[in-house]
Design a protein around this ligand. Structure first.
Ligand code: GSH
Ligand code: FE2
Length: 299
């Protein structure tokens, strides 16, 4: 079964939000809570629901640590933000919403991702209109977390619906860049596109050099300690796959070659079915149970 690992957290202040991070070891996911110190409102980016595939059981150990902390701090949870429909873990957004309130949101191109998986799973219960997300963000859209203004950047490549959330001098980059010593996200999922990822990374590189970038994953190359914050300047100067000197053709060639060597994430089949439903399980069948499908020889 998947273990619940809650690493000690970093609380960092800046011109943007204060950020607290929990690292989910089973999926290498960094889940961030952005706090507006002025209003004590907050948003959680890319939460994780533990899932034991062998038994089909969900667990809320990781999510409960977030709930406990938000309650203890007396914060108001306004947003459950997703950078994309994750393929390697289930979102805990609906659980956090039930416990604490808030609205679940993702990029508007999730409709295209829903359509792809509705077809692949041959499942008309998968929506194609962006429901049941509470809000779909368009490129450039702004919204408030308390008194902090956040801005959305559409950054396709890893998936067609990927977005980055910018708040002050801070950006939550999802699966575009990883730490400079690891590189970039894979582009071989349905709708993935290495050319698009290259262009999306150029948009991130155009942000002010001191912008703090919060990753969604860290894979700890060489067994180093876990890290999830970098800057635009560090990425431009030192990202092993896409520093400022790498041209699009070279990046695309590299990415295609590497993606051909990667196996599918262990949880991709359950994760995409749940995450395109904003983290909700499929509707229960006549016996009251929800079921997930496995497409045979299709992925
Ligand atoms: N072994 C991991 C694979 C996770 C994975 O594929 N991660 C994606 C992000 S969702 C990625 O871009 N990985 C880049 C890479 O491994 O080079 C699992 O089973 O979950
Ligand atoms: Fe991803």
């Amino acid at each position: 079964m998947s273990t619940v690992a809650v690493a000690p957290v970093h609380l960092e202040a800046s011109v943007g939000p204060e950020v607290k991070t929990w690292f989910h070891q089973a999926s290498n996911t960094a889940c961030h809570c952005l706090v507006d110190p002025a209003t004590r409102c907050c948003a959680v980016v890319d939460s994780v629901l533990d899932f034991d595939y062998a038994s089909g059981r969900t667990h809320t150990g990781f999510a409960d640590a977030i709930v406990t902390w938000i309650r203890a701090e007396g914060l108001t949870l306004q947003w459950l933000l997703e950078t994309h429909a994750h393929a390697d873990h289930l979102s805990a957004a609906p659980y956090l919403k039930r416990e604490l309130g808030g609205r679940v949101a993702i990029g508007e191109h999730i409709r295209d991702v829903q359509k792809v998986f509705r077809g692949l799973f041959n499942d008309p219960s998968i929506p194609a209109d962006g429901s049941p997300f509470d809000h779909l963000f368009s490129d450039g859209e702004t919204f408030l977390i308390g008194s902090l203004e956040a801005q959305v950047m559409h950054t396709p490549g890893h998936t067609p619906a990927c977005i980055v959330y910018r708040v002050g001098d801070t950006a939550f980059v999802g699966d575009t860049l990883f730490m400079p010593d690891y590189g970039t996200a894979r582009c071989d999922f349905p709708g993935g596109d290495a050319h698009a990822l290259y262009q999306s990374v150029q948009k991130i590189f155009a942000l002010p050099p001191h912008t703090r970038l919060y990753m969604c994953h860290d894979y700890m190359p060489g067994g180093r300690e876990v890290r999830w914050v970098s800057t635009v300047q560090e990425q431009r100067e030192g990202n092993v796959q896409i520093h400022a000197g790498v041209d699009e053709a070279a990046f695309v060639a590299f990415r295609k070659q590497r993606d051909a060597t990667l196996s599918m994430p262990a949880l991709i089949v359950p994760a995409v079915q749940v995450n395109v439903r904003a983290g909700e399980m499929p509707p229960p069948e006549s016996n009251g149970l929800s079921y997930l499908k496995v497409p045979v020889n299709a992925l």
